[in-house]
Design a protein around this ligand. Structure first.
Ligand code: KMH
Ligand code: ZN
Length: 311
């Protein structure tokens, strides 16, 4: 049977870079704050930590491995959570730059974005009038002119560069077509089962975050991948917790974190990543599911193990 009920893996995406300028004081961007919030999220129940980095002075998205090193070491010392390094980086960077941190640190997991798309958050520019960093207003306002580039050639380059590291991918699928892209890539041997799919919903440019769409994504994935996949949901903004709750009842795993939503409930800013993790953990457990420990997540996703990373 496809996706028989397993423990629920909670991923926490601790700090945004692609689409999350610093519009909340709770969003960590320094090495210290990223490390502290990541460890607290793991203690609250996240078995996977999805991580971006920022330049500590400018707050700008960074793919310089030197901006990852300080917090990766501290996270590894303090927790056994699985570290998942973003290869999304920023909307304006090449795939070669974006995959460098995951390759440098030979992470257990990294993201793999499964198609090129509009990826916009420009409406936010009108909603805010104060910004923490100078670059943020223009970056947000100009996102209506960006393409998040993830061509088949980019995906192949990322997959073949990262293959020798034995990294498991979090396949970020923002629409149904991305599932077909993933199927094509599996058929030509780029990715091995069991694959881990993150259904990304509610990004302007991708599929909307509602239950009909989740069912369609899940049915399509069942049709294409049968037993060869595990899945999770990431719904952006105020849909984060409601859609994660629904997915958990369908046998899916969940991703929360300030990267994808700054809120803890409608209109109320979250105080931390750990607060969001604690909230979804409470809901999932209340509804009768158990959450996976990091080692259980490793087993479910067939990961190489923390002893085979380079940090
Ligand atoms: N925040 C997600 C919608 C990546 O890091 O590669 C996009 C993301 C992509 O997490
Ligand atoms: Zn990310």
């Amino acid at each position: 049977m496809a996706n028989k009920r397993q423990k629920t893996i909670i991923t926490c995406a601790v700090t945004g870079a692609i689409h999350t300028p610093t519009m909340s004081d709770a969003l960590p961007y320094t090495y210290d704050d990223i490390a502290q919030q990541a460890v607290a999220a793991a203690e609250a129940g996240a078995s996977i930590l999805h991580l971006h980095a920022r330049n500590n002075e400018t707050g700008a998205p960074s793919v310089d491995p030197e901006d990852f090193k300080p917090f990766l070491g501290r996270i590894k010392q303090a927790t056994d959570a699985v570290v998942n390094i973003s290869t999304g980086g920023s909307l304006t960077l090449s795939i070669q730059d974006r995959i460098r941190p995951a390759a440098t640190f030979s992470a257990e997991m990294c993201s793999m974005n499964m198609g090129s798309m509009n990826f916009s958050f420009h409406p936010l520019a009108k909603r805010y009038d104060s910004w923490k960093f100078d670059w943020e207003k223009d970056y947000v306002a100009n996102s209506d002119g960006n393409i998040f580039r993830n061509t088949f050639r980019d995906i192949e380059e990322a997959a073949t560069t990262l293959a020798p590291h034995g990294i498991k991918f979090e396949h970020e699928c923002y629409d149904v077509g991305h599932l077909y892209n993933l199927k094509f890539c599996m058929d030509i041997g780029l990715f091995k089962a069991p694959i881990f799919i993150q259904f990304v919903m509610g990004i302007l440019g991708g599929i909307g975050a509602d239950i009909d769409n989740l069912l369609f994504m899940k049915q399509t994935a069942d049709k294409l991948f049968g037993d060869d996949y595990r899945w999770s949901i990431l719904a952006a903004g105020s849909a984060q917790i409601p859609m994660a709750t629904t997915a958990s009842q369908m046998g899916g795993n969940v991703r929360v974190g300030l990267e994808d939503s700054l809120f803890i409930s409608r209109g109320k800013l979250a105080e931390s990543n750990a607060q969001q993790v604690a909230k979804i953990r409470g809901i999932v457990e209340e509804l009768g599911c158990e959450i996976a420990t990091p080692d259980e997540a490793r087993e479910i996703l067939d990961l190489k193990g923390a002893d085979r990373t380079a940090f």
